[in-house]
Design a protein around this ligand. Structure first.
Ligand SMILES: Nc1ncnc2c1ncn2[C@@H]1O[C@H](COP(=O)(O)OP(=O)(O)OP(=O)(O)O)[C@@H](O)[C@H]1O
Ligand SMILES: [Mg+2]
Length: 269
């Protein structure tokens, strides 16, 4: 599988939803770990000044010398920017709060929307042979998220299974459409994944029904359940797949990785 994908360069996936706390970072970390279990090489780009993805993978703030900011703006060699996590084949470009001023600092930079796109396509990237680059976006439709969408092949949208979940989705879709028109015509929607699903709760079922009715095949079959082990894992600096491999949360992220990979196998066959 690994070679099959990397022959065309990595699949770049922006994990985005401007709504806060819907499971973007959790999905970036655990989908990343699940893809690695399936034999992929994965780079996780922390694109949120909160730095939660970096923290969740055990990269301490004092060890974040080079960050996504340097990846976009500096000529620093990639081996000084890309960090290894404790999981083999899961690498990270960390983020710090410095990233929060990018919007303002880059305002007069004509290429400001293409910085991540260009950084990920530099020839030195090829040696890493990544199958996937996952970008953990901030809860906003700002310049960072636009950079991620310009750089990406697709957008994966975590949707929290609660009231108002679908609200705001049209704004996100509008931004995707604008990025298609202005910079990245081939940008696709990788899929919408329901997160924090509680099967005992009618509301979760209602959100699922609404999402499937309105968005059809864009919604992944796989649903991520609300599972306390998922929320505990980051404080142990581990993906839930490692923290509690037998948990429902770990199983769900494995299913999501398989669902995504199966799609590519079908296309390649
Ligand atoms: N499946 C789940 N079961 C239980 N808790 C979860 C699950 N997914 C995420 N959480 C918890 O919900 C909270 C928000 O998740 P997360 O940080 O992944 O969202 P986010 O969209 O990245 O947030 P932000 O918009 O602030 O970046 C976290 O405390 C996380 O541990
Ligand atoms: Mg986050």
């Amino acid at each position: 599988m690994s070679n099959l994908l990397s022959a065309q360069g990595p699949r770049i996936v922006a994990i985005a939803n401007q709504k806060g706390g819907v499971g973007k970072t959790t999905t970036a970390i655990n989908l990343g770990a699940a893809l690695v279990e399936q034999g992929c090489r994965v780079l996780l780009i922390d694109f949120d000044p909160q730095g939660n993805a970096s923290t969740g993978l055990g990269i301490e703030p004092e060890d974040r010398q080079n960050t996504t900011y340097e990846l976009m703006l500096d000529d620093a060699p990639l081996n000084e920017i890309i960090m290894r996590s404790q999981i083999e084949n899961l690498d990270v470009v960390p983020a710090t709060v410095d990233l929060s001023s990018a919007d303002i600092e880059l305002i007069s930079n004509e290429k400001r929307s293409f910085l991540l796109h260009d950084a990920l396509r530099q020839p030195a990237m090829e040696q890493y042979e990544y199958d996937f680059v996952l970008i953990d976006c901030p809860p906003s439709l700002n310049l960072l998220t636009v950079n991620a969408m310009v750089a990406a092949h697709s957008v994966l949208v975590p949707l929290q299974s609660e009231f108002f979940a679908l609200e705001g989705l049209s704004q996100l879709m509008l931004t995707i459409r604008e990025v298609r028109q202005s910079a990245n015509p081939d940008l696709r929607i990788e899929g919408i994944v329901l997160t924090m699903y509680d099967s005992r709760n009618n509301l979760s079922q209602q959100v699922e029904e609404d999402a499937r009715d309105n968005l059809g095949d864009l919604v992944f079959r796989t649903i991520i359940p609300r599972n306390v082990r998922v929320s505990e894992a980051p404080s142990f600096s581990m993906p839930v797949l490692e923290f509690d491999s037998n948990s429902k949360g770990a199983a769900a992220y494995r299913d999501l990785a398989r669902e995504i990979l199966t799609k590519y196998e079908a296309v390649a066959a």
